[in-house]
Design a protein. Sequence first.
Lengths: 249, 249
Amino acid sequence: MESRAARLTLAYDGSRFAGWQLQPGQRTVQGVLEVALEALAGEPLRAQAAGRTDAGVHAEGQVVGVRLPEGRRLPLKALVQGLNGLLPEDVAVREAAFVPDGFDARRSARGKRYRYRIWNRATRCPLRRGTHWQIFPPLDCEPMRRAATALEGEHDFQAFRSADCPAKTTVRRLDRVAVAPGEPGEIVVEVRGTAFLKHMVRNVVGTLVEIGRGKRPEGDVPRLLASRDRRLAGPTAPAHGLCLMEVYY
Amino acid sequence: MESRAARLTLAYDGSRFAGWQLQPGQRTVQGVLEVALEALAGEPLRAQAAGRTDAGVHAEGQVVGVRLPEGRRLPLKALVQGLNGLLPEDVAVREAAFVPDGFDARRSARGKRYRYRIWNRATRCPLRRGTHWQIFPPLDCEPMRRAATALEGEHDFQAFRSADCPAKTTVRRLDRVAVAPGEPGEIVVEVRGTAFLKHMVRNVVGTLVEIGRGKRPEGDVPRLLASRDRRLAGPTAPAHGLCLMEVYY
């Protein structure tokens, strides 16, 4: 049957999902979205995301490509409302648009922006436990900010990818790595780049937090990049602090 | 046994609580706190809150009075850490302080500050579904802001209290009712006052939202106050948008 390419912008609370990607027996964002798409379209549809977020990672602006059957000409507004009526409360479609036939949510993307949120107080914060990494000892934001700028530009990020990262090459370009205070108690790390290795943002944040705690010198980043050794960089920051904010095309 | 008066500042995510107050067979904040206090003190202790928040209402700065047995002289820091180790993840003690013997968390309070958060976008926001009231049609913030100022000062708030409010008098003083945009898509209502009637903040917010939607004239507040008629004011805004931010002594 003829079909027409569309893209959906999705927001989700990653807490109760085993990540984006379809996995048998697991609740995934792709899984619940494809159930809703099939209910609306009357036939199975495949959804392809710009970024396959890990278990627990949130999204404000995930982008998903889908081919809609031409037979049922559904206006975009009805598509958004229909899907939102069918989706569970932890996923929502923010908008929908038709795109040229060659559109590929993943390959057509020019870049992505992630936000990582840290809650830096001596006591737990119940209302932020699902969205922030709680760090009890005080972090010094300024060394973190300066260290982050050393990550900007094109580098070999071998030292910042997970052991099971399947990518063949490890050179990536980060356009912006910014560390800034948010509301009182909050530190926000924003990372924008063309493409990312597995756990790359979380490994960057884990390393910056060690710098903020004074456990690692702020000038350490160039040495880590040059080492290409994952064991030298910091720990992987937890998934629930991370949010995919935007995908650029 | 001798005892010493202390006050605890609490934060909690109200989502899974049937409110502050002890109720048989229900999970309440007072219930889980008293369990933790007894485990730490070795004897049952009673906790008294400044404000008995309703089911679903959150807190960043609830204040609780408790009499600690003198027998076990526990430093305040150990008290905070001990309680936080015993409390579930949706409640935390932010700080503790010794207070004069006559301290009564409720009666000694000079005032309280609440925040109500609205998410005003055409689509649901999964990451804010537990903390914001989702309003789909666009709200006009300016009329809401102007209407809110008419609530400031000393007034009879009979029209803004719930039918089952037990208070004998209905005159209260609000020092500040401020409506302002927060992050993009967010509208924040801040209310500071000496004392509050049951559902008063939520009824105020429900009325302001009708004004923001243009369903009610912005000059309506003086008429509502004068009417002393609950049926004339707006609906009760949902509990999950409300947060007790601070108690003043």
